[in-house]
Design a protein around this ligand. Structure first.
Ligand code: ADP
Ligand code: MG
Length: 212
């Protein structure tokens, strides 16, 4: 059984052509299940194992409604590690290619604040970062998320295993109540259920096993 094509989704021509140039024609199972829900603006909990195409799924959902003319943070993706944040930022940039100058900035620990603050002053549409560093920027006032539209918790189970629960809740408390929250995880333990119950609005739940 083959998965549906990306062209069956209500996506802009620019995004569809980028997907095609990356060789993404058919959706993976988790993309096919999650994208129709996310593109409607609903909250989502998606559970699928590593390598199932979760990054492109939420990247498409963030890019489609983005307003390129406003250089404030419209989407925030929280990841457990700097390596994952770099990979996610790279995939979002690949998918955004050619689309009016969309700026994706990573904010992770282990590097100095100065250059991050300078980049933030120039504005960024999408921030990808680790919870500790994002929390620090919010505390310093160098990052504002009051115009945030989409919040993604990527590898949420790993972030909680690493002790980021309090950072994540402090970050979410500063985000507008009217936002879309997307939670991606390989597993669905009680701590994730608790986080979802506290911060998500009628989340739809989807789950996929294997690629294609
Ligand atoms: P996950 O976050 O679920 O672990 P990734 O988002 O890293 O998985 O994706 C795994 C791989 O699948 C990446 O190399 C990505 O480029 C590729 N990929 C994602 N979506 C598609 C698609 N629709 N068609 C082909 N390859 C895809
Ligand atoms: Mg991933």
């Amino acid at each position: 059984m083959s998965s549906p094509a990306f062209s069956s989704l209500p996506l802009s021509a620019a995004l569809l052509s980028n997907l095609e140039s990356l060789g993404y024609t058919q959706m993976t199972p988790i993309q096919a299940q999650s994208l129709p829900v996310m593109l409607k603006g609903m909250d989502l909990i998606a559970q699928a194992k590593t390598g199932s195409g979760k990054t492109a799924a939420f990247a498409i959902a963030l890019l489609e409604p983005l307003n390129p003319r406003w250089f404030g943070c419209q989407a925030l993706v929280l990841c457990p590690t700097r390596e994952l944040a770099d990979q996610v930022a790279k995939e979002i940039r690949r998918l955004a290619r050619g689309a009016d100058n969309i700026k994706v900035l990573t904010l992770c620990g282990g590097v100095s604040f100065g250059p991050q603050v300078a980049s933030l002053e120039h504005g960024a549409h999408i921030i990808v970062g680790t919870p500790g560093r994002v929390q620090e920027h919010l505390r310093k006032g160098t990052l504002k998320i009051d115009g945030l539209r989409n919040l993604v918790l990527d590898e949420a189970d790993r972030m909680l295993d690493m002790g980021f629960y309090d950072s994540i809740t402090e970050i979410i408390d500063q985000a507008p109540g009217k936002r879309q929250t997307l939670l991606f995880s390989a597993t669905y333990p009680a701590a994730i259920k608790q986080l979802a119950a506290r911060f998500m609005r009628d989340p739809q739940q989807v789950r996929a096993e294997a690629l294609h």
